[in-house]
Design a binder for this molecule. Structure first.
Ligand SMILES: [Zn+2]
Length: 204
């Protein structure tokens, strides 16, 4: 059985997934970044870590076959399919202070940090001061001198990435709220998430 969720533009959602389930994240309109964060359902002090993921994969980029890891260096997700192959592990969630720093637009601006924190609070009494998520479809060009440039995402309408959960996890996911830069191609749009049971699950 499949479960489908729409994450409306500039909002967040939380979804519980079990080990073995497949998570499809679909860019409905194209060029929309998805801030993807997760906690271990059993021990919420264990969470998806972009830094540990870079460390374990010895790479700033991940794609099919690579794993996403927790702050405890445990595998949390495996990338099963990837239409776009250009994602970001470097940038923290957008937040009020970031909007003020770059654009002076922070007041009352929706942000991935607040949307993800509100999603977490529906299940756990947890509020993160900073989150560096897996920024799905975010295209950060890394230049030879170490500088970085955020370019419009390469994702087109209907493009998707598929992850397999390697532990029981609470997903906290936001459709990114930035319209001030090329991050989301200059506009904010909804995304779809589909949770599928593993195909080889025994029917009891
Ligand atoms: Zn954002």
């Amino acid at each position: 059985m499949e479960k489908e969720y729409i994450v409306e533009a500039r909002t967040g959602i939380n979804i519980k997934v079990n080990e073995g389930e497949l998570i499809e994240i679909i860019d409905l309109a194209g060029q929309q970044v998805v801030d993807f964060f997760a906690l271990n359902q059993i021990n919420p002090k264990e969470f998806l870590s972009a830094g540990v993921t870079i460390d374990c994969n010895e790479s700033l980029k991940v794609t099919v076959g690579d794993r996403l890891y927790t702050n405890h260096y445990k595998k949390m997700f495996t990338i099963i399919d990837d239409d776009v192959k250009e994602h970001d592990l470097l940038h923290p969630c957008c937040r009020t202070e970031m909007y003020d720093f770059f654009y002076k637009t922070g007041e009352n601006h929706p942000s991935c940090l607040s949307n993800i924190n509100e999603s977490l609070l529906e299940t756990f009494d947890i509020r993160k001061e900073e989150i560096t998520p897996f920024n799905i479809f975010m295209y950060t060009k890394i230049l030879p001198d170490g500088k970085i440039s955020v370019e419009p995402p390469k994702s087109k309408a209907g493009d998707k990435i598929v992850l397999r959960a390697e532990m029981d996890a609470l997903l906290a996911v936001a459709a990114c709220s930035v319209s001030e830069s090329d991050c989301n191609g200059g506009r904010c749009t909804p995304v779809k998430i589909v949770i599928k049971k593993p195909v080889n699950e025994r029917i009891i």
